[in-house]
Design a protein around this ligand. Structure first.
Ligand SMILES: C[S@@+](CC[C@H](N)C(=O)[O-])C[C@H]1O[C@@H](n2cnc3c(N)ncnc32)[C@H](O)[C@@H]1O
Length: 496
């Protein structure tokens, strides 16, 4: 009976329209979020600060959970640390998996009928009314089941290193959806499909379309993520009488398994929220969420001068300027293409915020420069924050041996002695630590946050500028064979 009511509730409500406004739930619901690995505590801090909710950091790295009442759901979408959002249907800290594949399969089937779906589905509907979902993926890698008829799943056996594959940005979609309303339908919507959708809507019975995505980590399971997604998905289909659809789904059911921790959820975002500021991407564009985490480590203060000397497409300064508008940001790169991309990204943001594309709207300037010879006064910068070339996709490890000491030296020159800070991201740890050890008089390492950048294990090094005045220590003087023309000039300046 309960089953019938639940099914009726959700087949009926979808016929009204995607913008069906739900009543707010009085009860708290648990929201799960994926965050850049290593920045879980930074994300929890933001949740506490902006929602006054205490977040739990999952054993499964890169995830946090927190309780909200539904009237604050829209605020969750505005958090800067979170990549993907989902509402938790049920979580199990210590799920007792059976030992054979057959038993586990039976278990998944029973689980679907046992889960408390109602509140999570209400949140899912409320979420649709806050932001329109697209429900269509351009890049998918479907795995079709041969055991459940037309049922399809998506699964990964480890946490995906780049969850962007799984989601599309809601904010930008809202614009695109509106544009589509007045222009044209997507090319791949066949007439037949459109017709059958209209017919369904007219007849008043449109079963929801869904898919199950399973992320699994752990080596003690007797099943793959594919097995779990297929078996659990089959049971969900049977329970709700929903229609499985890999690409044009309304609901994405998430099955997250990390050793014995199992979390069943419903996705609330279609694309990672990390793409929010960037329209012109480069080869190594940093996720906005990671940029935000790095910026939080700096603790920017009102009127701080904050410099990203290797800004690429500008992910860090753009994130900074959107959140800390009372600081002044200056960014540069030695590549003209990178500088153009940054400028275009600023223009795009300004257009989006109805500023007509004039650059006067943001406290941010972009300059083409060589970091090793910055056109800036000594001791004029409060914070240096940058994502250095790792020497893989950008630059080379060999060049880093020369570049890193020069960077640290020039950064020390422009940074305020005693109070200045630097937050530097690199995967070339050996080279960085060696360079840093040569600059001990100028920089002190405060701490390191280890992060995952596109599957690479990288460090965010938080440095403090010592009180030593630049030009008074042996570190400022470069070895003659490594100094370039511009460094020799700087050395002259420093000694003057
Ligand atoms: C890892 S990328 C930065 C990516 C950036 N965070 C983004 O979101 O696009 C490093 C950047 O350093 C720049 N770079 C390398 N050597 C430089 C130098 N000597 N001066 C200024 N920029 C430099 C490269 O052109 C590249 O854009």
């Amino acid at each position: 009976m309960v089953l019938c009511n639940l099914v009726a509730l959700f087949t009926a409500s979808i016929t009204v329209s995607g913008a069906h406004i739900m009543q707010e739930l009085d009860e708290a619901v648990t929201i799960g979020a994926t965050v850049p690995t290593g920045f879980e505590h930074t994300a929890a801090e933001e949740v506490q600060e902006k929602l006054e909710a205490t977040a739990r950091v999952s054993k499964n790295r890169g995830r946090i959970y927190f309780d909200i009442t539904t009237d604050t759901l829209f605020k969750v979408h505005q958090l800067k640390s979170l990549d993907n959002l989902f509402v938790v249907v049920k979580d199990y800290d210590d799920y007792q998996f059976k030992t054979t594949k057959e038993e586990v399969q039976l278990d998944w089937q029973e689980l679907a009928a046992k889960l408390p779906w109602t509140n999570a589905l209400e949140v899912w509907k409320l979420n649709n009314s806050i932001k329109k979902r697209k429900g269509r993926r351009k890049r998918t890698n479907p795995t079709k089941s041969d055991q459940c008829g037309n049922f399809s799943t998506k699964s990964t056996d480890t946490v995906p290193s780049d969850p962007e594959e799984l989601w599309v940005d809601l904010e930008s979609l809202e614009v695109k959806e509106n544009q589509r309303d007045v222009s044209s339908q997507p090319e791949d919507d066949s007439e037949e499909e459109k017709h059958s959708e209209i017919q369904d809507q007219e007849s008043g019975v449109t079963p929801l379309k869904f898919r199950v995505t399973c992320n699994r980590a752990g080596d003690k399971h007797c099943f793959t993520s594919n097995d779990a997604a297929r078996d659990f998905g089959g049971a969900v289909q049977e329970f709700f009488q929903w229609k499985a659809d890999m690409t044009k789904f309304d609901v994405e059911v998430l099955l997250n398994i990390h050793n014995n921790e199992v979390v069943v959820g419903l996705a609330l975002t279609v694309e990672s929220l990390h793409r929010r500021n960037i329209s012109h991407f480069g080869p190594t564009t940093l996720r906005s969420t990671l940029a935000y985490g790095m910026l939080r480590l700096c603790k920017p203060q009102v009127s701080d001068v904050i410099v990203d000397p290797m800004c690429g497409t500008g992910a860090i300064p753009l994130e900074g300027v959107m959140e800390w508008q009372n600081s002044f940001f200056l960014a540069g790169d030695n590549s003209g293409t990178a500088v153009s991309r940054s400028v275009n990204n600023i223009k795009h943001i300004l257009k989006r915020t109805h500023d007509g594309g004039s650059s006067s709207g943001l406290p941010l300037d972009i300059v083409q420069w060589d970091l090793c010879n910055l056109p800036m006064r000594s001791s004029s910068v409060d914070i240096i924050i940058t994502d250095m070339p790792f020497g893989k996709r950008m630059g080379s490890k060999k060049k880093n041996w020369e570049l890193y000491p020069l960077c640290l030296r020039e950064m020390a020159r422009v940074c305020k002695p005693g109070t200045g800070k630097a937050v530097l991201l690199t995967q070339d740890k050996k080279c960085f630590l060696k360079a840093l050890s040569q600059m001990e008089g100028l920089w002190r390492k405060s701490h390191t946050v280890w992060v995952n950048v596109g599957g690479l294990h990288a460090g965010v090094f938080v440095l403090k500028r010592t009180a030593v005045v630049f030009g008074t220590t042996s570190e400022d003087v470069m070895e003659p064979h490594t100094a370039t023309g511009s460094q020799k000039e700087n050395m002259k300046d420093a000694s003057q």
